[in-house]
Design a binder for this molecule. Structure first.
Ligand SMILES: [Zn+2]
Length: 299
């Protein structure tokens, strides 16, 4: 009890200015934005996740109360990819009274989606799953610390310290992935599922094959794709095929039956279930599970 009391007094001192002026409020779209924001904000304010646990991120549409909440926050944080196509029109609708915004794709080097054709006129489509590389996650956390420090300079040191603490944990994950790849017997992964891991495989120099490009809404791969995946697993004696979170696993089960490969989950961290949310899962805790899943797959 005593320990807890001392701890809260220290936090009150650290965030004194924010408490006096009303705590800072941040609205974040999806789980990565939310998790990074709550880590950096700490006890200096409130962070709200717009897209609720278990909800489908890719087809989200803001409700009138969501739009109101975004408008009333001190900072609105979003990824800025395909799933956030609604953001620009919402922001242009707050005439003169729009919140500060942080578009996370501006904080990293976005790369073009792979594996499907685009009409020339559409221009390049950038893959939105930037956080799947811990190296990008680090830059996203830094961007948050910078922006929050600008909005609430009195607490800049707190935001920077919180960011440094979380980045230290992210760097540990990054080092663990590097070690798993270095010690692995192979350098390729097969996703019998959607593939939100483009930034991840690029960060660690992994080769990949996937049933679907990025997070397409398709659910049935072509027979040619199925054949190619099965052949690759057999030819390369791949021990593990991956599915992502909240997957039907239908494609993976077919490939597993044909090849004898085990099915493991790689969590994209794009959204969490209510159970995961209630259990206090974070980007870091979920990525540690991915470290173990990758270790099994590269044997
Ligand atoms: Zn996705």
């Amino acid at each position: 009890m005593k320990k807890l009391f001392v701890f809260s007094v220290i936090l009150l001192l650290l965030c004194g200015a924010a408490a006096a002026e009303g705590v800072i409020s941040v609205t974040a779209t999806d789980f990565p934005c939310y998790d990074f924001a709550r880590q950096v904000v700490g006890d200096c304010g409130e962070v709200t996740m717009l897209i609720h646990p278990g909800a489908e991120v890719h087809f989200y549409d803001p409700s009138p109360s969501d739009i109101l909440m975004i408008g009333q926050s001190d900072l609105f944080v979003y990824i800025g990819g395909e799933s956030d196509a609604w953001v620009d029109s919402i922001l242009s609708g707050y005439d003169g009274d729009s919140p500060e915004t942080l578009r996370m794709m501006d904080a990293v080097d976005a790369v073009e989606e792979e594996g499907h054709e685009h009409a020339e006129a559409e221009g390049p489509e950038y893959d939105e799953h930037i956080w799947t590389s811990p190296k990008n996650a680090r830059r996203m956390v830094l961007a948050l610390a910078d922006r929050l420090s600008g909005i609430d300079p009195e607490n800049a040191e707190v935001y920077q310290a919180n960011a440094d603490a979380y980045i230290a944990q992210i760097d540990e994950i990054d080092a663990a992935f590097e070690a798993v790849v270095r010690d692995g017997a192979r350098r390729e992964v097969v996703f019998a599922d959607r593939f939100p891991f483009l930034y991840f495989v690029r960060a660690y120099g992994l080769d990949y094959a996937a049933a679907f490009a990025s997070c397409t809404a398709e659910t049935e791969p072509t027979p040619q794709t199925m054949m190619a995946l099965i052949q690759r697993v057999n030819d390369d004696h791949i021990p593990v095929i991956y599915t992502i979170e909240m997957s039907s696993q239908a494609v993976a089960q077919t490939i597993a039956e044909e090849t004898g490969a085990r099915i493991l989950t790689m969590h994209s961290v794009q959204s969490v279930t209510q159970d995961e949310f209630d259990a206090g899962e974070t980007y870091v805790t979920l990525m540690w599970k991915n470290v173990e899943a990758l270790r099994e797959g590269l044997r």
